[in-house]
Design a protein around this ligand. Sequence first.
Ligand code: UDX
Length: 436
Amino acid sequence: MNITIVGTGYVGLVTGTTLAELGNTVYCVDIDAKKVERMKEGVVPIYEPGLEEMFLRNIQAQRLFFTTDIKEVLGKSEVIYLALPTPPGEDGSADLSYVLSVANQIGELLMEYKVIVNKSTVPVGTADKVRETIASKTSVEFDVVSNPEFLREGFAVEDSMNPARVIVGSESEKAQEIMAKIYQPFTNTGIPIIFMDEKSSELTKYAANSFLAVKITFMNEIANYCEKVGADVDKVRLGMGSDDRIGHRFLFPGIGYGGSCFPKDVKALIKSGKQEGFDFQILEATEEVNHAQKIILVSEIEKYFEGNLKGKKIAMWGLAFKANTDDIREASSLDNIKLLLEKGAEITAYDSIAEENVRNVLGDQISYAQDMYSTLENADCLLIATEWSEFKNPNFELMAQKMKSKVIFDGRNMFALEQLEDTGFFYKSIGRKTLK
Ligand code: UDX
């Protein structure tokens, strides 16, 4: 099948590459001419394990093309995916201006039946708006389908090639058939495709992400309570997760959730609720708890240094909002840095993948180290903000030699307590006994 993808951000690029990998001819459209040029030259504009290989393979196979001109490719495609940004407006609601402006353009260019697929996370009712916008410009037949994306950053290739399910929101039989054909390679291997109406599909995405945000946040509260009563969250997590109604995943406490999806989607669902006169009380509480959780270790650090962080040298391991990505959107590291700097601390951070993005935001407000051990030179304490694998089994002796004092605040529970026993380190993690 010939497919156009409008928008080559994270979702668009991964979706386009995946659809090409499934054997389709895919035209990716973006207004950013520089980016399009670079992609044509084989440069992947985002960091995502495994993507480059698949991207290059499909360019070489002449299944993946890039252009700035939607006019050039629209006529060639039976299906048009919209993967455009829907940033939160000032009030938290999703801004649909990019989506609707492209819908307008499609309406003007439409010459024959096409399926328009909403891939971006959009509020309930957006398919209707896209439909109305296109219909106001043309009398040609078309269908609008909601087909939300569930991929995780860092695992995008794995998730997009092996999704838990494919959701297709459309009541048009013609559109359903076309979508079923696109995803046949998945259904052939047993991956379910679930058809529903557009609104339910749109809500499924928000409900799934918000549920996961609540799950993490619930666990963060349990972890904080564990500390109060002397329980160990690792044990509680194992005990809870073994009930398959709960499951083991997304029960890892830490310094809050961040990234491009959970914070934005939780906010947007609260906002959409409000517009209908509906209060998502559980989501409002989740936001509030998460906000506090992100900086929970700052007060612990302050307590450790008896309220005075002036001139304290803090080493930081990890800046990305989670491991395996260079994304720093809504990253807890940034909230911690801001607060620690305000309190007079000096920060040296290490994250070889996300450093560049942080430099673009913070410049030289903090220093950057080239490897995990040199970060520790003369540090008063270490704060771990991202769970990169390379931090999992460090040489504690070398760490102790480098640091001024042997103090670790671990926002990602990287180490088993046994790893640190007898090392003489002060070790404060989340929801577990503090080693002193
Ligand atoms: C998420 C959804 O998983 C994905 O389906 C959706 O399409 C986009 O949003 P992503 O933002 O890439 O994906 O990251 P994810 O791995 O889900 O983690 C989100 C946040 O939760 C991160 O900050 C992570 O550190 C945190 N998290 C995750 C926890 O604190 N504990 C956990 O147990 C899991």
